[in-house]
Write a protein that binds this ligand. Structure first.
Ligand SMILES: Nc1ncnc2c1ncn2[C@@H]1O[C@H](COP(=O)(O)OS(=O)(=O)O)[C@@H](OP(=O)(O)O)[C@H]1O
Length: 363
């Protein structure tokens, strides 16, 4: 006996059975794929981070996400380490703007804010503290795009960035930008709206910190006292030595002011960042135009480290201090040399305070 198909064509029972089997097979395949996708996203510890659903999509999802490291906020760079954070490899960026229907939430965007300096000012602390904010995603490594890697092009740069949702801002830090002549123009050409953050610190202490770091890598370098002067008895400071030159903030700032208004540059006091991290971070959040989420509650003073550290929170499974390379014991410097350097920096500091309208009290 033959059944009539809706089209009017007759279908043999064996063909009808075959169609049913095919239909059931396709259905079970689809179900398996659906289950697999769900499990891959939030179940397995090896699941790539980029596949995770947005953390704020639903309360239930949040619970799930908290349980799974793979789905949480990106692990911070080993605290304090200047070495690049190891992140799961991600394929090339999707075009700007979230791809509709894409399994990967958000998209890679050029940074809207950059911590441009200064070296040894406290830039790592600012980055690690600000990335606690749910509306901020930060690149853990220093991309050195506007100084060393500019030839690689903006797409290369954008591809390094973490994915962000529309409500989040992307931040990176590379302290050497502040003293790179071309950096202001290059950043302006990327976006004239880029917000700039500069963490400044007493230039004499900064120079000693810089030298201490170099000495830890190259123990055979000449003494700080020897490197600081072209002629010590004449008090001629060697401004060609980077450790000295970087601290002439007023000079470098002029290059930035040729492209950006002062209102677009925020200065963080490296000293207050240690004594009052919540206060300084409050101002950073205001400058970035984001809610004041990072407050006193996020910090505690670690006596062993001698610095403020991040408390254990919902997203931080344990308290976190910056690494060993941050907060080193400085090399002892001849007090007379320190005095000479204070005298040297004084006019630059005064000019700097006048320009930014802020007294950092480095006297
Ligand atoms: N919370 C906290 N923990 C540890 N260290 C802190 C912190 N806040 C600021 N600082 C100061 O940051 C100094 C290092 O500055 P940077 O991070 O800008 O250094 S670098 O340019 O990235 O190498 C580092 O300088 P040194 O003390 O000379 O090592 C610190 O004094």
């Amino acid at each position: 006996m033959a059944h009539r198909a809706p089209s009017g064509r007759a279908v043999a029972p064996s063909r009808r059975l075959a169609r049913r089997v095919l239909f059931l097979f396709t259905l079970s395949l689809s179900c398996s794929y659906l289950c697999y996708s769900l499990l891959c996203c939030c179940g397995g510890p090896a699941a790539p981070r980029a596949r995770c659903a947005p953390a704020r999509s639903a309360a239930a999802a949040k619970k799930l996400l908290q349980k799974s490291r793979a789905c949480g906020r990106p692990p911070a760079e080993p605290p304090g380490s200047a070495a690049p954070a190891r992140r799961p490899r991600e394929p090339p960026a999707a075009p700007a703007g979230s791809a509709p229907g894409s399994a990967r939430p958000g998209s890679k965007r050029l940074p809207q804010a950059i911590v441009v300096g200064v070296k040894k000012g406290g830039t790592r602390a600012v980055l690690e503290f600000i990335r606690v904010h749910p509306d901020v995603r930060a690149l853990g490594t220093e991309p050195h795009f506007f100084d060393r890697n500019y030839d690689r092009g903006l797409e290369w740069y954008r591809n390094l960035m973490p994915r962000t949702l529309d409500s989040q801002i992307t931040v990176e830090k590379t302290p050497s930008y502040f003293v790179t002549k071309e950096a202001p123009r290059r950043i302006f050409n990327m976006s004239r709206d880029t917000k700039l953050i500069v963490v400044v610190r007493n230039p004499v202490t900064r120079a000693i910190s810089d030298y201490t770091q170099t000495l830890s890598k190259k123990p055979d370098i000449p003494t700080f006292e020897g490197l600081s002067f072209r002629n010590r008895s004449l008090g001629l400071v060697d401004t060609s030595w980077n450790a000295i030159r970087i601290g002439m903030y007023a000079v470098h700032l002029q290059s930035w002011l040729q492209y950006f208004p002062l209102s677009q540059i925020h200065f963080v006091s490296g000293e207050k960042l240690i004594t009052d991290p919540a206060g300084e971070m409050g101002k950073v959040q205001d400058f970035l135009g984001i809610r004041r989420v990072i407050t006193d509650k996020h910090f505690y003073f670690n006596k062993t480290k001698g610095f403020p550290c991040l408390k254990k929170t919902e997203s931080n499974s344990s308290p976190r201090c910056l690494g060993k390379s941050k907060g080193r014991t400085h090399v002892q410097i001849d007090p007379e040399v320190i005095e000479q350097l204070r005298d040297f920096y004084r006019p630059y500091n005064i000019k700097f305070y006048e320009t930014v309208g802020q007294d950092f009290r480095w006297e």
